[in-house]
Structures are given as structure tokens and as C-alpha cells.
Design a protein around this ligand. Structure first.
Ligand code: NAD
Ligand code: LMR
Length: 342
């Protein structure tokens, strides 16, 4: 009785709410590369999701502290740390969504393709484990160069006989987030309303914002189109240069990746109105992988909104033709990397 007098009414109420927090759904999410620059803030944002019951964090280093820290947040999901290759299989058991931000980031002067030699192997190894342990999961690839790492993941899954192209996604949400922000700023629009589809791939000129398809409908001068397009294409480099050797975008990336995770979980949970842009196996162009707007459903990609590629402006059409050779080469490089080993 004496003790309880120290507890204020507000504390009692908040204690009650701590114990009554329940997940609204019980999906399991794994983050591979969870103690990195993207991994940590992404884990925090996913920890806030009411749709998640288990959050499995994997890294080769420093993941125990991240998990201990996050586990004190009074949100529903159970956070568990997995360190090193021997714990990877357990991390992936029964997981619904696997997010892969493992790998090295760029420094000033580098292209995303300069990361290929290190990150290709990391993605290959991790996706092999995904194939063995949770082949039905949605797989979100963040590690660069995305234009090549997604084809690498596809080849690995094919080799393992478990490839479902509807469930393999290159995360290009950050390109959309940036396009929305820059257009809203330029045109003085309410951020929440702006939606710009971004197609192609995720590097330099392969990133193609379709400004003519912006919602709400806005008109741009030719100069505005040119400036906005180039800024969206170079936004990653803008951050790499500002960080001056300390890495690339992590916080905006975590925000974008968390949005894509939440969209995937909503789709898995039966929401029939979930649309995102993503880099996937595709037949909207002659290239085998291409980013465009998709509808997400319980089984992954439910539809590709190919109508958005109709009626492009001359500028966009030129941009589309110009990006194809580079994107094709990046895809072929990824495929060859896995095939040469067999
Ligand atoms: P980081 O170096 O801060 O973190 C990477 C993490 O991966 C580290 O914790 C490291 O220990 C871990 N790691 C390395 N090898 C691993 C392995 N085999 N298994 C598990 N974990 C491993 O880098 P970051 O800033 O988080 O960036 C990660 C990647 O994301 C980079 O390749 C970067 O280019 C890419 N990226 C992509 C986008 C996008 O839009 N798709 C945006 C930003 C960054
Ligand atoms: C980005 O677009 O920010 C990422 O792909 C990281 C990078 O290297 O630019």
C-alpha cells in the first residue's frame, strides 16, 4: 500500500497501456544489416509498426546492443538479435518480410557500381539463406547497386528452385520520396498530396521521374523539368558529398524503407489499395527488370501499372531510351556474377 502511494495516477495509466499494447496483426520482419547506418533507424521505425509481432535483427557486428536498446520501446513487437552466419538461419525462420540493407555505402567520387565487388557477394550469401529458410517471404533489396543486386537475388533464388518474381523487390521508394519532396518545394504544394512516379532503375540516369504524371496535376516549364529530373537523379550523390566520406543516405532511406515495409505488411494483411514504385522482374519494356508503379497484394506484386508508361512527354521518352543501355548492362552484370559460378 505504501509503495503504491509513490505511483501517480498518470503512471498507473501508462503502465496499464504498456501491458495492454497488442499487435494489430502478427507479421515477422527480419532486417539483415541491422546495425548499420540504415539498419538502426529502419529497425526503430519498424519497431513502431502495430502490424509487426516479431522483429529479428541480424548483422555480423554490434547487433546485440541495438536489439537491447530497441527492446525497451513499449510497442508490441518482440525484438531479437542474431549475430554472425551461424545465427542467420534462425533469424529467418517463419519471417514474412526480409529487408536487406547489408553492405558498404559509397564515398565521394564513387558510383554505385563501384560497390559491386563487395556487395554482390554479401547479397548472394544472404539471399541463399533466405531461399533456404523463408522462401515465401517478400524480399526487399536495398544494398547497392540495386540495378544489379536484384538480378543477383533472382538468380540465386532460381538456382535454389524457389524464385517467385512477385516477391522480390528492389527498394526504390527513396527516389519517390525525394521526387515528392522536391516537387512540393518547387511548386509550393502540400507535401502530403504530392505523388510522382519514378521508373527505370536506381542509379544516375536510370532513375527517371515521370513529372508529367505528378498528382495533383501540375505544369512545369522545360527548365523546371530538367532541373528537377537532374536533382532527383543526383540526390544520392548530393547526400554522399554532404556526408563527405561518412557514408550515404541513411535516415531518409530508413524512412523510405519503412514505408515500403508498411505497405507490404498492409498488402499481406488484405488491404486492397496498396501501390508503390519498385524495381522488379518486369515485361513493361524489353528489359527483364524495371522499376514502375505496382499494386501490392497478399502474394506480392498483384499488378504492374503499365498504363503509366503511356503518353510520356518527349523528354521522358528520351530519358527512357537513354537509360536502357546502362540498366541492361547492370542487369547482365548481376546475372553473370551468379551464373559464372555454376
Ligand atoms: P553501413 O556500412 O552503415 O551499414 C551496413 C551494415 O551491413 C553494417 O552494419 C555491416 O556490419 C553490415 N554487413 C556487412 N556485411 C554483412 C553481412 N554479410 N551480413 C550482414 N550484415 C552485413 O551502410 P548503410 O549506410 O546502412 O548502407 C547499406 C547499403 O544500402 C549500401 O550498399 C548503400 O549503398 C545502400 N543504400 C541503398 C539505398 C537505396 O535507395 N536502395 C539508399 C541508401 C543506401
Ligand atoms: C541513394 O540513392 O541515396 C543510395 O542509393 C545511396 C547512394 O549511394 O547514393
Amino acid at each position: 500500500a505504501l509503495k503504491s502511494s509513490y505511483v501517480t495516477k498518470a503512471q498507473k495509466e501508462s503502465q496499464r497501456s504498456y501491458t495492454s499494447v497488442q499487435p494489430q496483426a502478427s507479421y515477422k520482419v527480419a532486417i539483415l544489416g541491422a546495425s548499420g547506418g540504415i539498419g538502426q533507424p529502419l529497425a526503430l521505425l519498424v519497431k513502431m509498426s502495430p502490424l509487426v509481432s516479431a522483429l529479428n535483427l541480424y548483422d555480423i557486428a554490434n547487433v546485440n546492443g541495438v536489439a537491447a536498446d530497441l527492446s525497451h520501446c513499449n510497442t508490441p513487437s518482440q525484438v531479437t538479435a542474431f549475430t554472425g552466419a551461424s545465427e542467420l538461419a534462425n533469424c529467418l525462420k517463419d519471417v514474412n518480410v526480409v529487408v536487406i540493407p547489408a553492405g558498404v555505402p559509397r564515398k565521394p567520387g564513387m558510383t554505385r557500381d563501384d560497390l559491386f565487388n563487395i556487395n554482390a557477394n554479401i547479397v548472394k550469401t544472404l539471399v541463399e539463406a533466405v531461399a533456404d529458410n523463408c522462401p515465401d517471404a517478400f524480399i526487399h533489396i536495398i544494398s547497392n547497386p540495386v540495378n544489379s543486386t536484384v538480378p543477383i537475388a533472382a538468380e540465386v533464388l532460381k538456382k535454389k528452385g524457389v524464385y517467385d518474381p512477385k516477391k522480390l523487390f528492389g527498394v526504390t521508394t527513396l527516389d519517390v520520396v525525394r521526387a515528392n519532396t522536391f516537387v512540393a518545394q518547387k511548386k509550393n504544394l502540400k507535401l502530403i498530396d504530392v505523388d510522382v512516379p519514378v521508373i527505370g532503375g536506381h542509379a544516375g540516369i536510370t532513375i527517371l521521374p515521370l513529372l508529367s504524371k505528378t498528382k495533383p496535376s501540375v505544369s512545369f516549364t522545360d527548365e523546371e523539368v530538367e532541373k528537377l529530373t537532374v536533382r532527383i537523379q543526383n540526390a544520392g550523390t548530393e547526400v554522399v558529398e554532404a556526408k563527405a566520406g561518412a557514408g550515404s543516405a541513411t535516415l531518409s532511406m530508413a524512412y523510405a524503407a519503412a514505408r515500403f515495409v508498411e505497405s507490404s505488411l498492409r498488402a499481406l494483411d488484405g488491404d486492397s489499395d496498396v501501390y508503390e514504385c519498385s524495381y522488379i522482374q518486369s515485361d513493361v519494356t524489353e528489359l527483364p527488370f524495371f522499376a514502375s508503379r505496382i499494386k501490392l497484394g497478399k502474394k506480392g506484386v498483384e499488378a504492374v501499372i503499365s498504363s503509366e508508361l503511356e503518353g510520356l512527354t518527349e523528354y521522358e521518352q528520351k530519358g527512357l531510351e537513354a537509360l536502357k543501355p546502362e540498366l541492361k548492362a547492370s542487369i547482365e552484370k548481376g546475372v553473370a556474377f551468379v551464373q559464372k559460378e555454376s
